[in-house]
Design a protein around this ligand. Structure first.
Ligand code: SAM
Length: 340
């Protein structure tokens, strides 16, 4: 199997995502003879072999779905070796680095990209899918065990042909590539130390770079070095997900007093302020609900009130942000390289 292409039927050795609920998923490598315990009871791996991805499967006390892995599902299920990038930032990175499937750029030659450091491989999986099937990802990690684990994972996920993992310190030793990369991504504590090597790796015209940093001081420093190194269009952004809950709210009809004919008040149309003088509140069908009038008093504009006659509730649709807002992950700094 490969994370970069879909297939229909589950075979032994495949990685599947067991979806029990939105917040309750497990990655599983299918092996004959093994059993996986869930809150709905035991699931035999053997029962998965030969069925379609997406199928509903039954354990002893309930059911779940068995999904084809995607980079997005992997990001929320992977074993963490480091902090990782999540899909919100990842999607902005893919778009801003102008990444396209390799088959679209095949005429321009192989599509290459460098990434450092590999970390837990969350971003790597999305980058590989973006440049597959003819592109390639060169990824760098100076932590030996993390680099080895990444090699193993990419192999298990059928991605070995699309990615090369280098065990290397890119700040000390550079990327070892000469002007072949369409894009470079840096997720390092001292990204400014890798900017010159990135410049060496990038294609001379229009290569894109992105640096991810949690702190604004890191951003300031990398921006300075990018500008000094002749990168242009240096732009920093932060991606935050903001959800809005759309709901209907019932409110008592506001006590705006009885309708007062503006003509009675000597402020009808043609006498100035006509739009302020008379307003109507309408329901969903456009029917007037409440009317009121304003008059100019000695202390400015005032409402003329009378006792409210009915207290019907009225309902309106609104979109409210949730109480808890998502937190900061990091800043993304993008720039373009044009040779002098
Ligand atoms: N973007 C990754 C992801 O989504 O899974 C996470 C990257 S993690 C925050 C940063 C990684 O960079 C760590 O695994 C660290 O070992 C590696 N690293 C730090 N400095 C490095 C350097 N100079 N050369 C190569 N790798 C480095």
């Amino acid at each position: 199997m490969s994370f970069a292409a879909y297939k229909e039927i589950i075979e032994e050795g495949d990685t599947v995502i067991l979806h029990i609920g939105h917040e309750n998923m497990y990655p599983l490598t299918v092996k004959k003879g093994e059993t996986f315990q869930t809150k709905y009871g035991a699931l035999k791996h053997e029962d998965l072999i030969g069925i379609k991805f997406g199928s509903k499967v039954h354990a002893t006390k309930g059911y779940m779905h068995v999904l084809h892995p995607t980079p997005e599902l992997w990001t929320v299920n992977l074993p963490h070796r480091t902090q990782i990038l999540y899909s919100t930032d990842i999607s902005m990175v893919l778009m801003q680095l102008d990444l396209v499937p390799g088959n679209v750029v095949v005429e321009s030659g192989p599509f290459s990209l460098t990434l450092s450091g590999t970390g837990s491989g969350s971003l790597s999986h999305a980058l590989i899918r973006a440049v597959a099937p003819t592109g390639h990802l060169y990824t760098y990690e100076f932590h030996k065990q993390r680099a080895e684990k990444a090699v193993e994972e990419f192999k298990d996920h059928g991605l070995s042909d699309l990615v090369t993992v280098n065990h290397r310190d890119v700040c000390m030793d550079g990327f070892g590539l000469d002007h072949i990369a369409d894009a470079v991504f840096l997720d390092l504590p001292r990204p400014w130390e890798a900017v010159l090597s990135a410049k060496q790796a990038l294609k001379l015209q229009g290569g894109r770079i992105c640096s991810f940093s949690p702190c604004i001081e890191q951003v300031q420093r990398v921006c300075e070095v990018l500008s000094e190194s002749n990168f242009t269009d240096v732009t920093t952004m932060e991606c935050l997900v903001r959800k809005f809950e759309v709901k209907s709210i019932n409110m008592p009809e506001p006590d705006l007093g009885d309708m007062k004919d503006p003509h009675e008040l000597g402020q009808g149309e043609g006498e100035g302020h006509s739009s302020d003088v008379k307003r109507e509140q309408v329901d969903d069908n456009g029917s007037p609900q409440v009317k009121y009038a304003k008059v100019e008093g000695s202390s400015g504009w005032q409402y003329k009130h009378k006792t409210r006659k009915n207290s019907e509730m009225f309902s309106f649709r609104t979109a409210l942000p949730p109480h808890q807002m998502p937190g900061h992950t990091g800043y993304l700094t993008f720039a373009t390289l044009y040779s002098e």
